[in-house]
Design a protein around this ligand. Structure first.
Ligand code: HPA
Ligand code: ZN
Length: 326
């Protein structure tokens, strides 16, 4: 219980969070009712029972279906506000949250509607919780390069309120190289760059994220450990890995939390961080992820403090704000 309190009180940044993945079943039902949308579940219990996955794609299918209840700016506001309230209670003082505009524009919800709702919740959370928030626009990698370019174009009026672009969705068969030109344009527009790599995909995809996308940060990155030269490179360059223990367990990236490599990552000098990914689907928010990893791998206070410190060092906060958090 002592370590639990230590974890909850430890100031931390969350760097890998999909806001659509924070949609709790209760809110899914409330929004379905408010918008007159039919969802393929009869009860909250039925929704939770459906959250059993053997691979990333099983989860993605249900995650995109759930997002269909999100229609208005108020819906996006309520979604994000619930996340900020919940994560503030976990000791998160800075959050860099990802959103998937293409999941919404494909359903006729405008890019502007998504932004208006998210930004009003951000302003509210900054005032209410004293937290800071940055937004990361993710491209869906199962869609085309052309569609990613069109999304970047829609983002143009909002670029002063978007910090970075990312790459998510089905990894296998959609290597980073598919988006090299989009990422180069995003970089030229002054955006920071992140990408999911090495969650299900091989170490080669991590190499591509580094060499062809020039990412500032790697999301997941677990499979980098299969390549000692790559691991040494990540350590040497101080690359941040946004690791998500409960996600890794739920999506069978690890078979058991006892097999999670988080402590090996730290011992090998990797700048690993702990994050929740899609907390409504994977069974826990950020403090739950710290607790699960600590219990399974025997992390002590020093390790937990290193992970929290890494979260600020790996953030896109300016140096003076990072220093103020260390
Ligand atoms: N991987 C890929 N795409 C995603 C994820 C993830 O863990 N969560 C939401 N979209
Ligand atoms: Zn993710």
């Amino acid at each position: 219980a002592d370590l639990d309190t230590f974890i909850a009180r430890l100031p931390k940044a969350e760097l890998h969070l999909h806001i659509e993945g924070s949609l709790e079943p209760e809110l899914m039902f409330a929004l379905a009712q408010r918008n007159g949308v039919t969802i393929p579940f009869a009860s909250v219990e039925e929704v939770r029972a459906a959250y059993s996955f053997t691979r990333l794609q099983d989860f993605l299918d249900i995650y995109y279906a759930g997002a269909d209840v999100l229609r208005t700016a108020r819906d996006f506001h309520d979604l994000a506000a619930a996340y900020f309230d919940r994560t503030a209670a976990d000791g998160v003082v800075h959050a860099e949250i990802m959103f998937d505009p293409q999941t919404h524009t494909a359903r006729g919800v405008s890019f502007d509607t998504v932004m208006e709702g998210l930004l009003s919740a951000v302003a509210e959370a900054e005032a209410k919780h004293g937290m800071t928030v940055k937004l990361i626009l993710c491209f869906l990698r199962h869609l085309s390069e052309e569609e990613a370019f069109a999304t970047l174009e829609q983002a143009r009026p909002w670029l002063d309120r978007i910090t970075a672009v990312g790459l998510d969705s089905s990894e296998l068969g959609h290597p980073p190289e598919k988006f090299a030109r989009v990422f180069a344009d995003a970089r030229a527009l002054g955006l920071r760059l992140v990408a999911h790599a090495g969650e299900e995909g091989p170490p080669e995809y991590v190499h591509q994220a580094l060499d062809l996308l020039d990412v500032d940060r790697l999301d997941h990155g677990n499979r980098s450990l299969e390549d000692p030269v790559l691991t040494a490179r990540l350590a040497r360059t101080g690359m941040t890995l946004t690791v998500c223990p409960l996600s890794n367990l739920k999506l069978c990236v690890v078979n058991d939390m006892a097999d999670h490599p988080i402590d090996h990552m730290l011992r090998q000098g990797l700048r690993a961080t702990i994050n929740s990914d899609d907390p409504a689907y994977f069974g826990g928010y950020v403090a739950d992820n710290y607790r699960a990893a600590a219990a399974a791998r025997g992390l002590d206070r020093r390790d937990l403090a290193t992970l929290a410190r890494n979260s600020f060092l790996g953030s896109f906060l300016p140096d003076d704000a990072v220093a103020a958090h260390l």
